[in-house]
Design a protein around this ligand. Structure first.
Ligand code: ADP
Ligand code: MG
Length: 630
């Protein structure tokens, strides 16, 4: 039996071991990141203590002001980071620092790109920051005691980062945590107090907690005094006019654990019935868990500057989950809980206001910095689209932020807004036209676009998985209705001249006998046959009812096990096409039926659909090929 005070040796959890191995052997190109992570942990510990002390003031013990102290010892080659925050008890040390793999551990390993610099930067986002200590240290000692517990319950954790660590219960006067890093040969630069100061300055400037370092030059034999090296005020509480862009960016990097600058931010103090300050940021890259249902998101919540919780999800709708930031309320009770947040009218009203702020921020970026907005769209646009369904109140604004590929310019880039489209609409054009398909090539080659190309009318090309679903919420923009080019009757309105309309009428009549024959030949597969107006180069295409599901959505729902109403498409044929003329001339009924089936199969394939009986299609084509080659 191991008595609690005894020293015990334990193995790291398997994934943690793997992670440590990676840290040590492949992530040394950006070693200074360890300071950011350890300082962030110390700041978190101070926040947690302040929060827990609200209910249990005795945790503050001597009442010493919260802070972080950092020093180096060049001779011993150590860097020490100390805080007087919440600290850890023995069980917490064991589970937090080694035996329990944090959810992000495996995720981090999976997300490693092989680009060291990038990978190192990611560490903090995956909740594995502590282990970055081993990038620079070949031995790490952690001394800690949980606030409020007896001085003989201190814990000493030690490890060289290779497979094992030890824990031992020790005496410890001070509450909080002290981490001593013995620097590797390759990381000796961090023993230099000046170098260390420069880095600390970079990472600690925005921490609302004083970070102390020794004054640079002490007289020989005299230990230099501590001095505070950062501003140590909560950035969001300062007036906007006094905060520089660099400060905003630095604070973002601190809260988001991101190494890149944000694309935009929005900082507001709201006074009146509800008082709060918010600082919202738009990241440049999508967080790794953006598309995971259980991914963490939300704002950092403070109440009267006291940190309450991370990832408070109630302040923004799910479709804005890429936004990072802080909200500091003066009205919420300090003991607010997640449950309480869920059913509070004050929160609902803040959520509405913060949503509008976030959309304003996006709108401003879209208007003023197109390239940056495009970067945002490429990273997070798919999530923003969800807002069309999730947020009816802001639907028109979200619609204005959407970006699509289009036949204008024909590049697959999604960079056309509905407003851009409307500006380019032709005279007499009343609707916004779009087509959906599985990919850009299929969309842009879609036969239904032929008439639009001919008339020079732009069509939006939608090829993301959820686009069909999205479009069921986007039926109108700026008073113009949206129209799928392969659904419903094609009414080109004033785009068609009177002559064209008459011509169409004549074609329709002339083709009546052909249509009837086709109807009979294909009766069980189609809902009708019409003369098309959509095609110029193709023989035929399929058209669905205005409110029918497209084939993409049908496949999606079918895959999810949903029973679908049967909806047979209409076959539209182009009587001017040589193949249709040949069909018309065919007198053998059997052969007519085979050719008709072929035309229908091809129209199905052209829209990216799959054939119910592909083998029959192959047989028909091969029979024709053989005739040709005879
Ligand atoms: P994260 O900070 O994202 O949770 P880390 O790997 O940085 O991940 O830290 C792991 C855990 O170890 C923290 O969640 C915390 O519980 C504990 N911890 C680390 N450093 C400290 C500290 N200075 N004081 C108290 N607890 C700490
Ligand atoms: Mg951390």
């Amino acid at each position: 039996m191991t008595s609690p005070s005894q020293k015990e040796t334990r193995g790291f959890e398997t994934e943690v071991s793997r992670l440590l191995h990676l840290m040590i052997h492949s992530l040394y190109s950006n070693p200074e990141i360890f300071l950011r992570e350890l300082v962030a942990n110390a700041a978190d510990a101070a926040d947690k203590l302040r929060f827990e002390a609200l209910a249990r003031p005795e945790l503050l013990e001597d009442g010493a002001a919260p802070g972080i102290w950092i020093e180096t010892d060049p001779e011993a080659r150590t860097v020490t980071i100390r805080d007087n925050g919440i600290g850890m008890d023995r069980d917490e040390v064991i589970s937090n620092l080694g035996t329990i793999a944090r959810s992000g551990t495996a995720e981090f390993i999976r997300n490693m790109s092989g680009d060291q610099k990038k990978d190192t930067q990611l560490i903090g986002q995956f909740g594995v920051g502590f282990y970055s200590a081993f990038v620079v240290a070949d031995h790490v000692d952690v001394f800690t005691r949980r606030a409020g517990s007896a001085t003989d319950t201190g814990v000493h954790w030690a490890s060289a980062g290779e497979g094992e660590f030890t824990v031992e219960t020790v005496m410890r006067e001070a509450r909080g945590t002290e981490i001593v890093l013995r620097l590797r040969e390759s990381a000796l630069e961090f023993a230099d107090a000046f170098r260390l100061r420069a880095i600390i300055h970079k990472y600690a400037e925005h921490i609302p907690l004083p970070v102390h370092m020794r004054q640079p030059a002490g007289e020989a034999g005299v230990t230099p005094d501590w001095e505070v090296v950062n501003k140590a005020t909560a950035l969001w509480t300062r007036p906007r006019s006094e905060i520089s862009d660099d400060e905003y960016k630095g604070f973002y990097q601190h809260i988001a654990h991101d190494f890149e600058d944000p694309l935009a931010w929005s900082h507001h103090r709201v006074e009146g019935k509800l008082e709060y300050t918010s600082l919202l940021y738009l990241p440049r890259r999508a967080p790794f868990d953006l598309y995971q249902r259980e991914g963490v998101h939300g704002l950092k919540l403070y109440v009267q500057r006291v940190f309450i919780m991370d990832n408070a999800e109630q302040f923004l709708p799910l479709y804005l989950r890429f936004i990072k930031g802080v909200v500091d309320s003066s009205d919420l009770p300090l003991n607010v809980s997640r449950e309480l947040l869920q059913k509070s009218e004050a929160i609902d009203s803040m959520r509405g206001a913060l949503t509008r702020r976030a959309l304003d921020m996006l709108g401003k970026l879209a208007g003023e910095q197109k390239d940056d907005y495009q970067a945002f769209w490429n990273a997070c646009g798919q999530v923003l689209k969800e807002g069309m369904a999730e947020d009816p109140a802001n639907r028109e604004r979200v619609a204005g932020l959407l970006r699509f590929a289009s036949t204008h310019g024909d590049s697959p880039a999604q960079d056309v807004s509905l407003a851009d489209y409307v500006v380019r609409m032709k005279e007499g054009q009343e609707k916004i036209y779009y087509v959906t398909a599985d990919n850009h090539a299929a969309a842009s080659q879609s036969p239904q676009l032929e008439i639009f190309r001919k008339k020079g009318v732009e069509v939006l090309l939608l090829c993301d998985r959820l686009d069909e679903w999205l479009m069921s919420y986007l039926t109108e923009f700026g008073g113009k209705s949206l129209q799928h080019v392969a659904k419903g009757e094609l009414d080109l309105g004033k785009l068609d001249s009177a002559e064209e309309k008459a011509e169409q009428e004549a074609l329709q009549q002339a083709a009546a006998p052909l249509l009837e024959r086709l109807r009979q030949a294909l009766a069980d597969r189609i809902g009708g046959v019409e003369v098309t107006q959509r095609l110029t180069d193709s023989p035929a295409c399929l058209v669905r009812g205005q409110h029918d599901l497209g084939h993409g959505l049908r496949e999606l729902l079918a895959a999810a096990g949903q029973a679908l109403p049967e909806a047979k498409p209409v076959l539209e044929v182009n009587p001017a096409h040589a193949l249709i003329r040949r069909l018309e001339a065919e007198t053998g009924e059997e052969r007519f039926a085979a050719l008709a089936a072929l035309v229908l199969d091809q129209a199905t394939l052209a829209e990216g659909g799959s054939l119910a009986d592909p083998a029959a299609y192959v047989r028909r084509v091969n029979a024709l090929l053989l005739e040709l080659l005879r």
